[in-house]
Design a binder for this molecule. Sequence first.
Ligand code: COA
Length: 307
Amino acid sequence: MNGHICGTGAYAPKNILDNQKLSQIVDTSDAWIQERTGIVSRHLVLEEDTVTMATQAAKKAIEMAGISAEEIDLIVLATCSAKRLLPCSACEVQKEIGAIHATCFDLNAACTGFLYAYNTAQAYLQSNLYKTILVIGAETLSRQVDYKDRSTCILFGDGAGAVLVKAKEQGMFSMISHSEGEKGEVLTCEQGDYIKMNGQEVFKFAVRNVPNVILEVLQKNKMKPDEIDYFILHQANKRIVEAVAKRLQVDIGKFPMNVKDYGNTSSASIPILLDEWNRKKKLKPGMKIIMAGFGAGLSWGATLIEW
Ligand code: COA
């Protein structure tokens, strides 16, 4: 038994902060941000929060899957920016959507959160404990960013994405994931404080480890990079995605990107991009897709699925 994605949804706040406006707040420029990151604008919450955005994304995924919220057995919500510590955001989403039979919990693995949450859902499905699982990534990182620190505030945005996963006899699921707590100090956020990051170290970590973990999961399945239809990477920086494509010697066209319009939405970035590609009808049944995430922890991983 494997999980199969049968619905996707996403939500981004209407409020947009583009590079021009940002350069009036902090000493930076549109040209610098675009050249170093590929980001042009990002969505930032006004009235929304992690739970309201997650709820909107979840409703769209449930609608696409054509199921009732009461059929959901489990909700796993990946976030590192919940407004309230208790109750967990997954329980708050449960209340909003009426998923009365679901067991709910949050999972924090920073920008790798969605990937680990998806893997967790698959583990439950493979062990036949649950049949219908909602996996969400939702973040309000704008609340954790210092808009006086130009090295971090240019990068992050808010949003949520969700996938509805149902048990299926066939289908493909294979994962490799890693964590390295010893290097954790390069990207931190203390309670009540702002995100602190050594950007160059994080950049080097990503361009070294993401291609390696993708090659690991391919090797595990005796596959070559050119057998993969799309690589859905965590959207942190256009240059990181380009470096991964180059290292794998795969055409950049197989690496969808939307970092330009969203910035880095942490655990929401992969499901937002999946939803965009799905709604554009780019994802066809049987396609092989690798999702790869990386971020604070340090943590990273690659997951191979069949659409
Ligand atoms: N606007 C203009 N100049 C800026 C700037 C900004 N927003 N941020 C930094 N600079 C300046 C620095 O002060 C430095 O100036 P100096 O040479 O006079 O000292 C110069 O630009 C180069 O800084 P550096 O930090 O070396 O830039 P970089 O090329 O490494 O780019 C990042 C910075 C953050 C864009 C890049 O390191 C990065 O993307 N890292 C990965 C971050 C990430 O993805 N984190 C999340 C992972 S999940």
